[in-house]
Write a protein that binds this ligand. Structure first.
Ligand code: LLP
Length: 404
C-alpha cells in the first residue's frame, strides 16, 4: 500500500487522516462479485461499515445493493447511486419516521426484528395505502465465536425474532394486510473467522425455511447477513476468500433454486482498503515502558478501545520495518483506554515520524467522534495521488521517509 510515491503524497497532508486505496477496493469488489456470481448470490453492501460518499459511489457503480440501518443510511445510499429497489432496511429500532421514509423510497425490503415492529410497519403501510415486503430476521441462537460485542445471533442478544414469536406471526398472518412476508433474514455476528459456524447457520436456515413453507408462507428470498472476517494480522492478504465463504452456503443450504440468496457484507469489502495515518507527537518513558503518543486517538479509531482489537502498525520512515524496539502506542484523548497497541514491535521511532495503522476501512471513519472537541480527520484517496504525484518535490519526501 505504501510505495515511495504514496509516501511522498502523504507527507503533504495534515495528520491524522484516513487514506483509502481505491484500486484495492475495486479489486475486492471484482473478487466478491465474481464469487457471488458463481453461485447466483445477491449482494447488499452493509453501509454501516463505511459510509464515506466516495466509497459508496465506487461500491454502487459495481451494482451492489445496500443494507441500511437508519433513515440516513438509506438517504446516503440513494444519494450515492444505489438503486432503492436493492435496499434492505434492518435494525432493531426503526423509528416511525424512518419507516415512513423507507416506504416513500420504495425499498426492496424491511428486515423486521420483532412482532411489535411488524405491527408498526403494517399500520404505517396502511396509512400510505401500500403493501410492504418484509423479511423476518430470525434469531438462530448460534454462537459465532467472535468478540462478545459483535455477536448477534444468540438468544440472549437483542437481535431478531425467536422461533416462538415466529410461530405466533405465522398463526396471525392474516392480521397483516399491508405486509407481504416473503423473506427470511439471519445475521449472527461480525469478524467471523471460524467458518464452520456458517455451516451451522445453514442447518437452522434449512429448518426455518421448511417450517415457513409448510405453514404456507411464500419465501422468495433468504438473506444470510454479513460477518465474514478479515485478516488483521496480515493486512497484506488483502482480499478474503469469498469463494470459500460462499461455497459453505452452497454446500450446506438445502433451498430450492427459485429462492434468491442474499448477503450483506461490510467489513470484508472495505476493511483492508483504508489506513489511518498519524504523526508521532512524543516518545516518553515511564517505568521502563516506552510510550509513543500519536496525534490520532480513539476518536478516529475506536475499535482497539472498544473491542481490544489488533491493528497492524508500521513506521513509514523505514522502508523495512526492523522491529527492534517495543512501544505502547497511545492517542491524545483523555481516556485510559486510548491505545492503538501495547508492546508493539517497531523500529526506533521519534517525534515527527508517521505511523500507518492498517485495516481501518471498516468501522473506522464511521465510528469516529469529536470527543474532546477534536476536528474531524480528513480523508484522502489513492486516485488523487495520480494527479498530485507530478507536483511533489523531493523535499516533501524527505520529511516523511528516509529511503527517497
Ligand atoms: N448485516 C447486519 C444485520 C449487521 O448487523 C451487520 C454488522 C452486517 C450486516 C455487516 O457485517 P460485517 O460483514 O461488516 O461483519 N463495529 C464493529 C462491527 C459491528 C457490526 C455490526 N453489524 C467492529 O468494529 O468490529
Amino acid at each position: 500500500m505504501f510505495d515511495r510515491n504514496t509516501i511522498k503524497y502523504l507527507s503533504e497532508i495534515e495528520t491524522p487522516f484516513y487514506y483509502y486505496n481505491t484500486n484495492l477496493l475495486h479489486e475486492t469488489l471484482f473478487a466478491i462479485q465474481e464469487a457471488a456470481d458463481l453461485f447466483g448470490y445477491h449482494l447488499h453492501y452493509a453501509i454501516k461499515a463505511n459510509a464515506n460518499p466516495r466509497i459508496l459511489q465506487i461500491i454502487s457503480k459495481h451494482n451492489l445493493g445496500a443494507d441500511c440501518v437508519s433513515g440516513n443510511e438509506i438517504k446516503a445510499a440513494i444519494e450515492n447511486g444505489f438503486d432503492s429497489n436493492k435496499i434492505v432496511f434492518a435494525g432493531v429500532g426503526k423509528t416511525d419516521k424512518e419507516i415512513e421514509y423507507a416506504i416513500k423510497q420504495n425499498i426492496f425490503c424491511f428486515n423486521c426484528e420483532s412482532i411489535q415492529e411488524l405491527e408498526v410497519i403494517n399500520s404505517i403501510a396502511q396509512k400510505y395505502n401500500t403493501k410492504q415486503r418484509v423479511a423476518l430476521r430470525i434469531n438462530p441462537d448460534i454462537n459465532a465465536n467472535t468478540h462478545k460485542h459483535i455477536t448477534t445471533g444468540l438468544k440472549t442478544n437483542k437481535f431478531g425474532i425467536s422461533f416462538y414469536d415466529f410461530k405466533t406471526i405465522i398463526k396471525n398472518i392474516n392480521n397483516y394486510n399491508n405486509i407481504t412476508i416473503n423473506g427470511l433474514h439471519f445475521h449472527i455476528g461480525s469478524q467471523i473467522t471460524d467458518l464452520s459456524v456458517f455451516a451451522k447457520l445453514c442447518e437452522i436456515v434449512n429448518e426455518t425455511y421448511s417450517y415457513a413453507i409448510s405453514n404456507n408462507l411464500t419465501i422468495n428470498h433468504i438473506n444470510l447477513g454479513g460477518g465474514l472476517g478479515i485478516n488483521y494480522n496480515k493486512p497484506e492478504n488483502h482480499i478474503p476468500s469469498f469463494q470459500a465463504y460462499f461455497k459453505i452456503f452452497n454446500t450446506n443450504l438445502n433451498i430450492p433454486d427459485r429462492v434468491q440468496i442474499h448477503f450483506e457484507p461490510g467489513r470484508s469489502i472495505v476493511g483492508q482498503c483504508g489506513c489511518l495515518i498519524t504523526k508521532v507527537l512524543y516518545v516518553k518513558e515511564n517505568d521502563e515502558r516506552k510510550t509513543i503518543i500519536v496525534d490520532a486517538g480513539l476518536t478516529e479509531l475506536l475499535r482497539p478501545a472498544l473491542y481490544q482489537s489488533f491493528h497492524k502498525i508500521i513506521n513509514l520512515r523505514y522502508s523495512k520495518n526492523e522491529e527492534n524496539c517495543r512501544y505502547d502506542i497511545a492517542g491524545p484523548i483523555c481516556e485510559t483506554s486510548d491505545y492503538f497497541g501495547k508492546s508493539v514491535s517497531l523500529p526506533e521511532t521519534e517525534r515527527g515520524h508517521f505511523l500507518a495503522i492498517y485495516s481501518v476501512g471498516a468501522y473506522g471513519e464511521v465510528m469516529s467522534s469529536q470527543y474532546n472537541l477534536r476536528n474531524p480527520a480528513l480523508k484522502y484517496f489513492s486516485d488523487d495521488l495520480i494527479e498530485k504525484d507530478t507536483q511533489l518535490e523531493n523535499e516533501a519526501v524527505s520529511k516523511i521517509c528516509s529511503f527517497s
